[in-house]
Structure formats: C-alpha cells, structure tokens
Write a protein that binds this ligand. Structure first.
Ligand code: ADP
Length: 433
C-alpha cells in the first residue's frame, strides 16, 4: 500500500513542479523569441535607413555598391525602374541558386497586400524617397523574409529598390534556444523525479514506521490479553462443575487474571493517550526527596519479602523544588522499583538515589540483579518488549518502561539504563531543574 502511495506522491510532486517549470519555460521562450524578433526587425529597419541615405547620396544608383552589399550575404537587392526590372537584376535562375524572379513576385504581392498600393503607380519628386518594411513568407523557399521597398526618384525615373533579408539565422537561433530548453527541462524533470522519490520516501518513513508499530502493538496487546482471558474462561468452566470447597480457588484465579487484564488495559490506555497527545501532565513544584521517600516506603515490604537489601540515598542539604507532575513521576519511580525487585534475585541489593546539579535532578535505581545485555538495552523502552531471560516473570507485559519513557519525555527529561558495577543495572531519570 505504501509503495503505491510513495509512487503516486512522487508522480504528483514531480508532475506539479514539472508543469510549473514547463509553463515558466514556455513563457520565457515566448518573451525571449519576441524580443529576438523585435531586435532583428529593428536592426533591419536601421540598415534600411542607412542604405536609403546612401542611395539618396548617389546621383546614379551604383550597381557596384549594390553588388558589394549583396556579396556580404545579408541582403538581396532588386531594382525596378518605373516597374521594370533594372539591368542589375539577372532574374534568370541558375541551378542551385535562389529562384529570384518568383521571390521578387512574392515580395511585391505581399507588399501590395500589406500596403494596398500599386508599386508602379508611385510617383515621386526627385531625390525624395520613402520606404516600407514588412515581413513575408515565401512559399518557394519556405522561408520568412524581412523586406523593404524603397521608393526613390532619380531624374525622370521612379525607382523601387526591394531589399530582402532572410530570417534563417534568426530561426536557427530560436531553434537552438528551444532545443536547449527542451534539454534543460528533460534533465530537470528527471532530477525532480529522483528527488521527489527520495523526499517523499523520507516523508513517508515515519508514517510507515508508525503504522508498523501500531500493527505490532495491536498484535502484542491481543496476545497478552488472550492469556488471562483463556485462564478466566477455563477457570469459569471448572467452577461450574467443581465441588463447592474448591470453587474459591477458581474464583481467586478469575479475580487475579481479571486484575491483570485491567492493569494491562490501563497501561495501554496511558500509552494511547500519550500517542494522541492527550497525556495530561499537571506540573507543580515538587519536593523530590519526599516523593522518593514515599515510594521507598511503599516498596519496602515487597523488597523484604525477597530478602532484598533496599536503601535510599538522598542529598543532605535542602533541595530546590522541581517542576513536575508528582503523580506521574511517582509512577515512573514505581515502575523502576517494581522492575528492580522483579529482576533481582532473593538476597539481592537495590538502591534508590537522588542527586542534583545546577541543571538537573537525577533519580537512579540501582540493582545487582540479572542485568541487561547491550542488545536488549536498545529495545527495552519499546512497547511489549521483554528480554528473553525475563519472559517467565508473571505480571509483566513489557509496557512499564515504555510508559516511563513517555512520562519522562513529556517532562522534557531523559531516561536511560547502564550496567551497575559488579553486575545488575542502573536506571537513571534526568529532570530539568
Ligand atoms: P516488564 O513489564 O516486562 O518489566 P518493562 O517495560 O518494565 O516491562 O521492561 C522491559 C524489559 O526490560 C523487561 O522485560 C526486562 O527484560 C528488562 N528490564 C527492565 N528492568 C530491568 C532490571 N531492573 N533488570 C533487568 N532487566 C530489566
């Protein structure tokens, strides 16, 4: 399911960014091509102005000058004298050459269509000239041309000088620019897809992990609930047929298993509240030494039952108050003490201690019990995790430390475990002062 979502998200992200990028590229190309065209046309007009001035200064049109200009390859000239092609124009087409005659006809047609005037009808007084610039597409050469018709009077003749400039180089420039953009866009889209894939993968990972944890949590919870439920059902069945003096034993079993289930459900509710950020923490000033003393007294009898030497070590000087939720911190200490007593064999040793420095209060529970392997140390704060060697311990579901972790985290503190000197473990809770 996540693979599909991952792919869809990748396509969506890459698609949206690609569309935006393509639209922007097209806009840029449009503006830039318009600019190129405008500049080229403007430069053609400027050239025509220069050519016109030059021609005006010649008393007789110099064919040599025109040939020189044409030889530069930028322009094509045609001269009409009273509408008749001038000697200058060799309008006969040679093989491999431009079909000049047709080109001239096409240009004059375009000129007439654009300006609706008959070129031959133009009259002009001596040395007064005017010119029009326009653009036309030749069907013969399949090319666009900038062209200009310069009307000029020389002595008794009315001359028309037609200048053509092919847009081939402009088109080449535009085409190269388009190719570059296509290449850039394709590369960018490919890179975008790769990055989108990586980023959406990173984005989805916590969600995937969370879902995995939820699945694991539900399956572990069902598993843990099934055991006491099975015991309750079989005890109920036995209770039905058992003689009355044996019934109490079955009823006690049912009650104990019921209590186990209730404690497990309470633990699961606490964790689910923490996951939904509904974990209520009532922060108030707390005397941590008094709180620890109360926990110590509560667990003393349990320790005595196992002949465990149970000590408490508190600082001698008066402590500043700690901002914390006393109920929750008591719960954390209870979890740690309960574990210490459970995982420490008879005649063992447990010490509950409190210390502080400028920034932290430090609560520690040290035992000389079975200890925790390095591999397990990384996992014991996970939900329903129990180290293999502690599996037989009844009444332990593997939720205690995960609850302690959530409570300490909600206080902005830190909880960790280390090995105790000479075997056993030390659980330390750091709370901010
Ligand atoms: P549980 O209810 O099983 O004790 P916890 O979350 O409190 O669950 O602890 C998880 C596991 O961490 C335990 O199953 C046990 O393997 C290990 N553990 C916790 N405290 C101790 C300890 N003081 N000494 C040795 N192992 C411990």
């Amino acid at each position: 399911m996540f693979k599909k979502v991952h792919l869809r998200l990748t396509l969506l992200c890459a698609g949206i960014t690609a569309v935006i990028m393509i639209i922007m590229s097209l806009c840029y190309l449009y503006v830039s091509e318009k600019g190129l065209y405008r500049n080229q046309f403007q430069s053609f007009k400027n050239d025509i102005n220069t050519i016109t001035t030059n021609l005006e200064q010649q008393s007789v049109i110099s064919m040599e000058w025109l040939s020189k200009m044409e030889a530069q390859g930028k322009y094509l000239f045609f001269v009409l004298d009273n509408g008749i092609p001038f000697l200058y124009n060799q309008l006969k087409d040679y093989e491999g050459e431009l079909p000049k005659k047709q080109l001239l006809d096409e240009c004059l047609n375009a000129y007439n269509n654009t300006f609706m005037i008959e070129p031959s009808v133009q009259t002009s007084s001596s040395y007064v000239s005017y010119h029009f610039e326009f653009e036309f597409t030749s069907d013969i050469t399949n090319m666009k041309y900038f062209s200009s018709v310069i009307n000029m009077g020389k002595a008794s003749s009315c001359l028309e000088i037609i200048v053509l400039s092919s847009q081939e180089s402009l088109e080449k420039q535009i085409w190269t620019q388009r190719q570059r953009f296509i290449l850039i866009d394709i590369t960018a889209i490919l890179l975008l897809t790769v990055f989108s894939f990586i980023f959406t993968g990173k984005l989805l990972r916590p969600i995937m992990e969370n879902q995995q944890k939820q699945i694991q949590f539900v399956s572990s919870a069902s598993h843990e609930l099934r055991t006491p439920l099975a015991v309750i059902l079989s005890a109920t069945e036995c209770c039905k047929t058992a003689p009355s003096d044996k019934r109490e034993g079955f009823l006690n079993t049912i009650q104990n298993e019921g209590l186990r289930m209730s404690s497990l459900i309470n633990d699961m509710l606490t964790l689910s509240q923490s996951d939904n950020h509904r974990f209520s923490i009532q922060i108030k000033p707390v005397e941590l030494d008094t709180l620890l003393m109360n926990s110590f007294e509560a667990f003393e009898p349990l320790a005595k039952e196992k002949f465990i030497t149970f000590n408490i070590r508190l600082p001698e000087e008066a402590l500043p108050l700690c901002s914390a939720d006393p109920e929750r911190i008591s719960q954390v200490v209870s979890i740690l003490l309960h574990n210490a007593i459970s995982y420490t064999p008879d005649n063992g040793k447990i010490e509950l201690a409190l210390s502080h420095d400028k920034e932290h209060f430090c609560i520690s529970v040290k035992d000389n019990g079975i200890g925790i392997s390095d591999e397990d140390k990384e996992k014991i704060f996970d939900r329903f995790y129990r180290a293999e060697k502690s599996r037989s311990t009844k009444g332990h579901f593997g939720l205690g430390l995960s609850i302690a972790y959530e409570i300490v985290k909600a206080h902005g503190g830190n909880i960790f475990v280390t090995d105790a000197d000479g075997g056993g473990s030390v659980f330390t809770v750091m709370l901010n002062t």
